[in-house]
Write a protein that binds this ligand. Structure first.
Ligand SMILES: O=C(O)C(=O)Cc1ccc(O)cc1
Ligand SMILES: [Fe+2]
Length: 449
């Protein structure tokens, strides 16, 4: 392994309409703007909910939004008294601090930033293993200390990883950012909308490339494969290839402080951090959402991110009231034989779940001892997908609540897939006046480009 990851630090997005996404994250998804970097060359805004942090970057060559964003940061600081104008080294030659400025023609989520303990060593070791280092180790400082970072390219499409060492920094976010709100814990909202962290990141990759991706993350970052379902084949991954669904899913995880995970695997394994899921489409079932992503995003990359919540019903309700649109499964989902009972036995109300399209999947491979026992012993998970949040169908969010189930249930995957597919097929029909859709031609070599 080349880089020992301490934890996920933030996920970075590059969009043309920063104002729209900023408004959505705050007013609909209940994130809080807590730090901003506004220069004449760059606009970067940091939003937080629990430990989940998104940094929204303005894509280069867009019209200047500086004035508008300044207004935004003023408007959305819950307590204007807490706005701190910190001094920092404003290096205007850096267009996009802690990231690269991708010249990309669609909105994209392209950087998963990890904390590591030794950026110099990690970056050099990754380079030695053939990884492209896009930004060599660079130090940025302000009155609260210093941070070293380096940006490396992932094997997946346009995805990059920034490696950050912030052990010598005691500011709230990162040098270069002005902190707009010191304390993001707005208690009432956290009770009704209790999102705590990023649960998983789902990559879409071209056909037959999953193995390469897994090997890369195992070798360079120490990720380990885990099984989505106990019926999963080691080589094939978890495959659904029937009833219009042609999907191969494979999942990987790593442990916070991977050094400890490796040296003392059974004694001191730390908590798993965010999981990574790789989705590949299979040709037999026709066109699908994975192909649509590759076509519209123009490269492999991040298709969706799962936000973990302690109460999905309340979170979905609060978000729906604020204008978030969720995908719904086919209506028959909630009336299917046994589903109502499954939901009730898990202690939920089928009507409440149906209201926002929330899916429930019970882990059928429970301890034999728990099979006859009460609802508390059942392992299950609840999920719902939002509709795409960018102009193109290239990215959406998911809410996920886990009650003992650590993988992804087959029933939910099927229902999620169908709910997305109905929407995309409708969209396609609607836009088909202009001619037939192009077929997806993403070559395997593009994966590595
Ligand atoms: O179940 C999940 O949350 C997944 O992440 C699996 C998945 C991946 C890609 C899709 O287009 C649909 C479902
Ligand atoms: Fe997901």
């Amino acid at each position: 392994m080349a880089a020992y990851l301490s934890r996920l630090h933030h996920i970075s997005l590059h969009v043309s309409n920063v104002e729209k996404l900023a408004n959505d994250l705050v007013s609909k998804f209940k994130f809080h703007l807590f730090a901003a970097r506004l220069t004449d060359k760059s606009r970067q805004l940091a939003f937080k909910k629990g430990t989940a942090v998104f940094v929204v970057n303005e894509r280069p060559n867009q019209r200047s939004l500086n004035g508008e964003l300044q207004g935004f940061t003023d408007k959305y600081s819950p307590d204007p008294q807490q706005v701190i104008v910190s001094k920092y080294n404003q290096d205007s030659s850096e267009k996009c601090l802690y990231d690269i400025s991708p010249h990309y023609s669609v909105d994209t989520v392209s950087n998963v930033c990890f904390e590591v303990e030794d950026v110099d060593r990690s970056s050099e070791a990754l380079r030695h293993l053939g990884c492209d280092v896009l930004v060599p180790p660079t130090t940025v400082q302000d009155d609260s200390g210093l941070v070293t970072y380096s940006v490396v390219k992932s094997i997946v499409g346009n995805v990059c990883h920034t490696l950050i060492d912030r052990r010598k920094y005691d500011g709230i976010f990162l040098p270069g950012f002005n902190v707009t709100v010191k304390d993001c814990n707005v208690e009432d909202e956290d009770l009704s909308c209790p999102i705590t962290h990023f649960d998983h990141i789902t990559y879409v990759c071209p056909r037959k490339t999953t193995h390469q991706v897994i090997r890369w993350y195992e070798k360079l970052f120490g990720f380990q494969r885990f099984f989505i379902d106990s019926n999963e084949d080691v080589d094939e991954g978890f495959v659904i290839n029937q009833e219009g669904i042609g999907l191969r899913l494979t999942a990987m995880e790593y442990w916070k402080c991977s050094t400890a995970g490796i040296i003392l695997p059974s004694v001191n394994k730390k908590d798993p951090d965010c999981k990574f899921v790789i989705a590949e489409s299979l040709p037999e079932q026709g066109r699908n959402q994975v192909d649509t992503f590759l076509e519209q995003h123009q490269a492999p990359g991040i298709q969706h991110i799962g936000l973990y919540t302690n109460n999905i019903v309340s979170t979905a309700h609060v978000m729906a009231e604020a204008g978030v649109q969720f995908f719904s499964p086919p209506p028959a989902y909630y009336t299917k034989v046994g589903k109502q009972q499954e939901i009730e036995e898990a202690g939920h109300n089928p009507q409440m779940l149906a209201q926002h399209g929330i899916l429930l999947d019970t882990d059928l491979h429970q301890d034999p001892s728990s099979e006859t026992s009460s609802s508390e012993n059942r392992r299950y998970l609840l999920q719902v997908f939002t509709k795409p949040i960018f102009a193109e169908d290239t990215f959406f969010l998911e809410l996920i609540e886990r009650r003992g189930a650590s993988g992804f249930g087959e029933g939910n995957i099927r229902a999620l897939w169908k709910s997305v597919q109905v929407y995309m097929d409708n969209e396609r029909e609607y836009s088909q006046g202009e001619g037939s859709p192009e077929t997806v031609q993403i070559s395997h070599s593009k994966l590595l480009s």
